[in-house]
Structures are given as C-alpha cells and as structure tokens.
Design a protein around this ligand. Structure first.
Ligand code: PHE
Length: 381
C-alpha cells in the first residue's frame, strides 16, 4: 500500500514538474522571435553556408545585444542543407512546422533556394535569400525576397569587363549544367557579349561534382579563345584552373560570385593567379557601417568576411527592420514591410527592394593577385 502511495506521489510530482517545464518553455517562447536559416554548412559548398551563417549570426547577436526587436530577443535556428538537392525543402518544412519560425533566411545557391522557396510561399512565410542571384528565385512568389543583385546584371558586368578592360572579343563559355545559377549566368553573359560585338568560340558543359575537365578544356583550347567564362562554384573553378594550366592553356578565366571562397585559392593555388571574377562586396571599399562589421567579424571569426558573410548579415538586418516597421511578426505584415524597403543602409551597399523583390545593387570585380583577392572596380546597375 505504502509502495503504491509513493509511486502515485512520484507520478504526481513528475507530472507537475513536466507541467512547470512546459509553462517555462511557453514563457520563454513568448519572449523570443524565432528566425529560421537554411545553409550549406557541410558538403561541396560548405564555405558558402558557413560564411553566410557567421554573418547572419553576428547580426542576430548584435540586434539582441541592442535589446532585440518588439521587446523580444531573436533566436536563430539553423539547418544544414549539406550542399545537396532534396535537403532544402525538407529542412525548411522542419523549420516552419516543428520550430514555427516567423521567417526564413537562405539559401546561398540558387538551385537550393529554388527548391525551398515554394514551401515558404505556400505557407506565407517570408523568405530572404542573402546571395542567390538567379532571377527565377523571387519569381516563385510574393513572399520571396533577396538582398543581392541578379544574374542578368552580373552577366552584363563581366561581359562589359571582358570587352572594355580585357579588350577580348573571342570568348569560350564553360557551364555547370547541374546548377541553375551557372546556366543563367552563362546565358546572360553570352547575350551581352554578343551585343558588345564579341564572338563565342566554344560552349562546353560539366556537371557539378566532376573532377576531370580536360576533355572539355582541350576542345575549348582548340578554338583559340582570348578568355574563358566559367560561371560555376569554387570547387570546380579551382580544378578547372589547375587543369587548364596542366594543358598549357593560359588565357584569363572569368567567373562570377560563385568563385568567392578562400577554398578557391586552396584548390586552384598558383593556377588561379591573374583570373577575374565579379561579386557583391569587397572589404576594401567600406562604408562606416561595413568597417564596423569587418572589425567585429574579424575579432569573432578570426578571418576577413567575404561577400557571403556580408550578405548574410544584411539579410538578417533587413528582416529585423521589416519586423520593426510591421510592428508584428505576422507573415503577411512582414512581407508587406519587406516589399516597402527603401534605401536601407546595409553592409554590402544600400538596399531598395524593387517591384520584383530583388535588390538593385552594385557589383565589384576582383582579381586573384599574389594569392589574394584584389579589388579592381565597382560597377553600378
Ligand atoms: N549567386 C550564387 C547562386 O545564386 C551563390 C553565391 C553568392 C556564391 C555569392 C558565392 C558568393 O547560386
């Protein structure tokens, strides 16, 4: 009898403790605003997700240190997409249904943003991509935004650079057919290059993940181009530069923001020297806001922030500014506030969200020089 009594007491105690825990959790949840992030923290484009996440986390922590927003602290819940197709939609569903986030920040790679954006759109959860530049991303719907420029502009920048700065007319294009980003950027570059009076000597393809590019490079070399446009990501761009060098094929290689990674230099090493790419931001051309960002980032992460870190930081700033202006975390209200963003002072330049929910912003052109990225020029839209 005594035993049963004790057991019953123990059960009661356990139940009430569980109850307490639950109400504590609810109280904590009521004091916080949950923001979801999905990023390639591991896998083939791990540096993209890691840099973007570091910048995003830094912004969230700074906002919390300044008191948060709407009297609440922010909690950033991050899921890893592992640089793999299939993961983005899965983890974004988790963030929306399990964690009940009020908005989503991500992804960097356009193909992965394109996969998760429909989930956000259907559930009326605003999504801001920090760095996806393919135009189709925001075309998914009116809850999808980005804080960066798009590839029709980036393609123009590199085609004009080819014509005006390099004086190159005969150019080959080497595209990753598995990447929406690569295919889009190749197309926009080509259109502008032809409009500038240039010719395309060869168009070759590879598939992201390939290791051997020699057959295509040999075919490209045979057409005798003055430069090769390689609108891919850093892993393949580094290998392509290496193998071009091995084939004694020494023309300038040109890329877009997908080259932006310290790993580009680790993989391509001295074969990367002299090549050019366009991207979103260079720490050398800093506003007072970006100077503070660079200093704080260096202190915390022991490295100079790249464009992805800057865009990640800006995506969080922009979201929080919209929540503040909306006075609410309601999806529709935050969406409306995001759409109304004008001249917002951010680290990688001022952000005005245009009618297509993209940001009109400048691009920079960098060159690999002495094993580093050297800033060459800024091109306004
Ligand atoms: N713009 C690329 C894409 O859309 C991603 C990227 C942005 C990569 C910036 C590096 C730097 O897929």
């Amino acid at each position: 009898m005594k035993l049963i009594y004790n057991l019953a007491l123990a059960c009661l105690l356990a139940l009430s403790l569980a109850g307490c825990k639950k109400s504590d959790e609810n109280a904590a949840a009521a004091d916080t605003i949950k923001i979801g992030e999905y990023a390639s923290l591991t896998g083939k484009e791990a540096t993209f997700g890691t840099s973007s996440h570091n910048g995003t986390q830094q912004a969230i922590d700074e906002i919390n240190a300044g008191g948060g927003v709407l009297g609440k602290k922010l909690v950033l819940i991050t899921e890893d997409t592992q640089s793999k197709p299939g993961e983005p939609a899965t983890v974004v569903r988790k963030l929306i249904f399990r964690d009940k986030v009020v908005a989503l920040l991500g992804e960097v790679a356009s193909s992965r943003s394109l996969e998760a954006a429909p989930v956000c759109q259907q559930n009326k959860i605003p999504m801001i991509s920090p760095s996806s530049t393919n135009p189709k991303v925001t075309e998914i719907g009116d809850f999808i935004f980005r804080v960066c420029f798009i590839d029709p502009f980036q393609g123009t920048v590199m085609a004009d650079f080819t014509a005006k700065t390099l004086n190159a007319k005969r150019v080959a294009i080497f595209t990753d057919v598995k990447s929406d980003y690569s295919k889009g950027l190749a197309k926009f570059f080509k259109e502008r290059h032809l409009a500038n009076g240039g010719t395309i000597t060869a168009e070759q393809d590879y598939s992201g993940g390939d290791k051997d590019f020699k057959a295509q490079l040999t075919a490209i070399k045979a057409t005798n181009p003055e430069a090769v446009f390689v609108p891919g990501y850093y892993t393949e761009a580094g290998l392509i530069a290496q193998q071009a060098r091995q084939l004694d094929f020494k023309v300038p290689l040109l890329g877009g923001d997908g080259w932006e990674s310290s790993k580009l230099l680790e993989i391509g090493r001295e074969a990367m020297e002299g090549h050019y790419f366009s991207t979103h931001y260079a720490p050398e051309v800093a506003s007072p806001l970006s100077k503070a960002f660079v200093e704080n980032y260096k202190k915390r992460f022991k490295e100079t922030p790249d464009a992805l870190a800057a865009n990640g930081y800006d995506s969080a700033l922009l979201l929080v500014d919209a929540i503040k202006r909306a006075g609410s975390t309601d999806g529709q209200k935050v969406r409306d506030a995001l759409a109304a963003t004008k001249n917002f002072e951010a680290v990688a330049g001022k952000i005005t969200i245009n009618a297509k929910r993209d940001a009109d912003k400048s691009a920079v052109v960098l060159q690999v020089k002495d094993g580093q990225f050297k800033y060459l020029q800024t091109i306004a839209p």
